[in-house]
Design a protein around this ligand. Structure first.
Ligand SMILES: [Zn+2]
Length: 412
C-alpha cells in the first residue's frame, strides 16, 4: 500500500481550513487535523485544492495523427500538469471525429494505450445525421463553421438531430451560423462574429435543452447580454451550465493591436471591456460554472495564417492566482469553478470521483502558491505548439505542487 499525508491550508467549496489529507492507494481516505506525521507540508501562502479540471480542451490527437504537430495526448497531459490541471475533457473536432461507437472507441484506444498521468474524458461530436452512442459520454454540438466539417448549415437541421439525444449531456458552441453568414464581409474578425450571433445561438441552445430534455452546457461564454438568459434558465430549473475562458476575462477588444491581432483570434472572438467585466462577474456570482480554457494549440505559423484559438493549459494555475489575488475571488469560489464543478462534470463518465477534498475522492491535488509570482516564458511551456498569449505576463502566484493519485508530480 502507498500512503501519503499532505498538510496545509485546504481549500474546498465550503471554505479554507488548516488540516491534513491522507491518500492511500491513490484515494483520499481521511481529511482532518492531527492525522499523523505529514510527508508534504505547504505553508500559509499556499492553498491546497482538489485536483483542478478543464472541461474544454483540444488535444488534437486522433487515429490519423494529422494534427500531431500541434499537440498530442502526451504533450497536452504535460502542459496540463505544468498548469496544475489533473483532468481534462477533450473536444471531438478531429480529422477522424469521434461521432459513433466505432470512431469513439478508436480514439479512446489510442488514448488509453498511452497510460498518461492526466485523466482524459472524450467528447463525442454531434454532426448532421449522427445518433447517440450506446454508452454514456458527453457530446459537443457545433452550430457554426469554426472547426472543419463537423457543423450544421441550418439550425433546423441541428434541431432535428438533437431530437435523438434526449437525456444526453450536450455542450454547445453558441454562434448562429446564419447570422455569421450575414457578417462575413466585415473588416475584422470580431466584427465578422458579433455578439448578436452568440445571443441568437444562446436562445436556440436553451430552447433545445428544454425541448429535447438535454443537460446543456454553453461553451466559452463571452457576451454579457446573454447572462440574463442563462440566469433565467437556471432559475426556471433548466439543467444548464456555462463555461468562461481565461482569455475572455483577461483580454478584450480595446487591447487589440495590429501586432497582436493574429494571436488574439479565437471563436467566439474577444469582446468589449464591458463584456470582459461581465464574464468575470459571471464566474464570481455563479452564473458561469467552469473556468474552462478552450485550449487550442495551433502553431505560431498557423496563427500567422489566421487560425482561431489560443493555448492555455500551461498557464491555468498561475491564471487562477490572478483571480484569487488580483480579482478577489474567494478560495471557495475557485474551488467550485476549477475543482468541484469540473469534477462533477467528468464524474458522470468515470468510476473515479474528482473535485472534492473528501474521503473516497481521487487523491489528486493542485497546490497554488499565492506568494510566489511567476512570469510566463515561452521556453518553459510544455504544449507542443510552443507559445502562450500570456508570454511576458507576471502572474501573482504559481503552481507549488501537483499530486496525481497521491504521487507528487516530478518527484519520483
Ligand atoms: Zn473549443
Amino acid at each position: 500500500m502507498t500512503r501519503t499525508t499532505v498538510e496545509g491550508m485546504l481549500a474546498d467549496i465550503d471554505g479554507v481550513r488548516h488540516g491534513q489529507i491522507v491518500i492511500e492507494n491513490g484515494l483520499i481516505t481521511a481529511v482532518g487535523p492531527g492525522l499523523g506525521k505529514p510527508d508534504h507540508v505547504f505553508g500559509d501562502g499556499c492553498l491546497v485544492f482538489a485536483g483542478m479540471g478543464d472541461v474544454h480542451i483540444h488535444a488534437r490527437e486522433d487515429v490519423t495523427g494529422r494534427d500531431n504537430h500541434k499537440e498530442t495526448f502526451a504533450t497536452a497531459s504535460a502542459a496540463a500538469l505544468h498548469g496544475g490541471v489533473v483532468h481534462v475533457a477533450d473536444m471531438p473536432n478531429n480529422p477522424a471525429a469521434p461521432i459513433d461507437d466505432a470512431s469513439y472507441a478508436a480514439k479512446e484506444r489510442l488514448l488509453r494505450s498511452q497510460n498518461l498521468p492526466v485523466h482524459f474524458t472524450l467528447y463525442a461530436g454531434i454532426g448532421p445525421g449522427t445518433r447517440p452512442l450506446s454508452r454514456h459520454v458527453p457530446y459537443k454540438a457545433y452550430m457554426g463553421p469554426s472547426v472543419g466539417e463537423l457543423f450544421f448549415h441550418s439550425l433546423e437541421e441541428l434541431d432535428a438531430t438533437l431530437a435523438h439525444y434526449r437525456g444526453r449531456p450536450v455542450s454547445f458552441h453558441c454562434e448562429d451560423p446564419v447570422l455569421l453568414g450575414r457578417h462575413k464581409g466585415a473588416a475584422t474578425h470580431e466584427a465578422r462574429r458579433p455578439p448578436e450571433c452568440e445571443l441568437s445561438a444562446t436562445r436556440f441552445a436553451l430552447a433545445m435543452v428544454e425541448k429535447h430534455g438535454l443537460a446543456g452546457k454553453l461553451c466559452h461564454y463571452s457576451v454579457g447580454e446573454g447572462l440574463p438568459l442563462i440566469r433565467a434558465a437556471k432559475a426556471a430549473g433548466l439543467p444548464v451550465t456555462a463555461e468562461v475562458t481565461p482569455h475572455h476575462v483577461y483580454f478584450d477588444t480595446a487591447m487589440l493591436t495590429d501586432a497582436n491581432r493574429p494571436w488574439m483570434q479565437m471563436n467566439p472572438p474577444l469582446r468589449s471591456p464591458a463584456d470582459r467585466a461581465a464574464m468575470l462577474e459571471a464566474l464570481r456570482d455563479g452564473t458561469a460554472d467552469y473556468l474552462a480554457t478552450d485550449h487550442a494549440p495551433h502553431t505560431a505559423e498557423e496563427k500567422r495564417h489566421g487560425v482561431s484559438g489560443q493555448p492555455h493549459l500551461d498557464t491555468f494555475g498561475p491564471f487562477v492566482t490572478w483571480l484569487l489575488v488580483e480579482q478577489g475571488f474567494s478560495p471557495a469560489r475557485v474551488a467550485a469553478i476549477c475543482s468541484a464543478n469540473p469534477g462533477a462534470f467528468v464524474n458522470a463518465f468515470t468510476a473515479d470521483r474528482y473535485g472534492r477534498l473528501l474521503p473516497g475522492y481521487v487523491g489528486s491535488l493542485t497546490v497554488l502558491d499565492l506568494r510566489r509570482p511567476m512570469t510566463v516564458r515561452r521556453d518553459e511551456l510544455r504544449t507542443r505548439c510552443g507559445w502562450s498569449p500570456f508570454e511576458g505576463v507576471t502572474f501573482p502566484g504559481s503552481v507549488a505542487a501537483v499530486f496525481v493519485r497521491g504521487r507528487r508530480v516530478g518527484s519520483d
